[in-house]
Ligand binder design. Structure first.
Ligand code: ZN
Length: 167
């Protein structure tokens, strides 16, 4: 009942992921329709019901475009879990301020990168120029496309891909 279900807006824009329980509630109260089943049936004593994978709201919901939250996890995901100095795919990565805080560096998407502990330690409180280091690519705020926002879910629910692409 807690398997994730992709929720599409009335215009088919993917907006949200909810639980199966919530999705069935939306369908039973006439607020949403089943778009993709593909997960068999839920049987109770009295009814059997298709188990939804994708549903669509019957009425358009206006909501601001989701932003990617600035968290360590999201920075690592943006940087593909790769140290942005040496390119190492480390199991443990830290977050480095490209321009150190004490030199006025901000806690922002364009000043934070994934760094392995040894690169982070080597760079210390210096700028990349002072430390003679190079960035693999310049950091920026990640895209707010649905493909990026829902990438984690699409990995485990590949039937969602056609609904997420292009938004
Ligand atoms: Zn490194």
């Amino acid at each position: 009942m807690y398997t994730p279900v992709l929720v599409l807006n009335a215009n088919f824009e993917p907006i949200h992921v909810c639980t199966t329980r919530r999705a069935i509630g939306l369908i039973l109260t006439g607020k949403a329709s089943l778009v993709l089943n593909g997960r068999g049936e839920i049987k109770t004593v009295s009814i059997s019901f298709p188990r939804p994978s994708v549903i669509r709201l019957d009425h358009m919901v206006h909501r601001p475009r989701a932003q990617v939250r600035l968290t360590k996890r999201e920075i690592l995901r943006r940087d593909d879990f790769t140290c942005q100095y040496c390119g190492q795919h480390a199991t443990y990565l830290t977050i480095d301020h490209v321009v150190p805080r004490r030199l006025g560096g901000l806690h922002s998407w364009d000043n934070l990168v994934a760094a392995c502990p040894s690169c982070n330690h080597h760079k210390g409180g210096r700028t990349i120029e002072q430390a003679h280091m190079h960035l693999l690519r310049f950091p920026a705020e990640p895209p707010t496309s649905a493909s990026y926002l829902f990438a984690r879910h699409v990995k485990t629910n590949d039937e969602w891909l056609p609904f997420v692409e292009g938004w």
